[in-house]
Design a protein around this ligand. Sequence first.
Ligand code: TRP
Length: 320
Amino acid sequence: MDTNLARLQRITPTEADSFADTVLDGLARSPKEIACKYFYDEAGSRLFDQICELPEYYQTRTEVALLKRHAGEIAALMGSGVEIVEFGAGSLRKVRILLDAAHNPRAYTPLDISGDYLSDVVRVLAADYPALTLRPLVGDFTRPLEIPALSTPSRRAGFFPGSTIGNFKPDAAMALLRRMRSNLNGGGLLVGVDLVKDPVRLHAAYNDAAGVTALFNKNLLARANRELGADFDLDAFAHYAPYNAAAHRIEMYLVSLKRQTVTLAGRHFEFAQGEPLHTEDSHKYTIESFREMACRAGFSPRAVWTDEDRLFSMHWLESR
Ligand code: TRP
């Protein structure tokens, strides 16, 4: 085993049990729903990586370009000897740009809900960065959690890219920012935020021609079949992701194509023809509306970067 790579440490209870509870509870509601964090098992994490490469999904490409262009400034704002804590680490591709620019980073602490996926990707990173202390954590950052201190603690810099903040309703997003602030012990936070724009462009990003987003959305049902023994017929649901302009968000659904009954853990759930199952929201902000929310969450927005077309934004927030 690589000496710079700590063992995977779980810091919130396993989500396996809560997946069953969440699905049972969500299917009993009206309208039906399943929380989007359950997209990210190993299969879902890999499908999401494919979404990031899609021609219509401008977010990843634009954010990576912003990170590259401003890595020097970001490194200076993070400061020397910093511990970088990533919330929802995924493929670990973006953080390489920060690690390459950072001044003598003390450690990198990726936190992700999918332990299987994290343990795979972290091994590759450890081999590429042999001098870096790597401390992978498995946990659900939508719940209160404590990030254990290093043997010699240093200033923390949070990293929260991908506009994941948009997948929370504004109240929950604010509560999450507040909790991150307390996890960072007075450090800063680099956060990527997708911007309000032409609805046609937004719509295309969540309704790709190749149908990868549809597969990703349906993986939720496939996962329920795999892990919980449910009997969802994947062909009897349609991926549907309209942009709600008044609420500034993409809303994602799986719509039942016919009247059907789904059985799970001995319980039966009726779907009417055309009935939606809500799986995700992706809120879009203006630079100003996001900065305002960050202020209300106890941060001082210090820097913001955006591309020429104002598709995406990166914000550096300092705790106050
Ligand atoms: N944070 C990403 C976003 O809102 C997540 C995402 C992108 C996503 N495409 C998706 C989630 C499709 C579910 C389905 O853009």
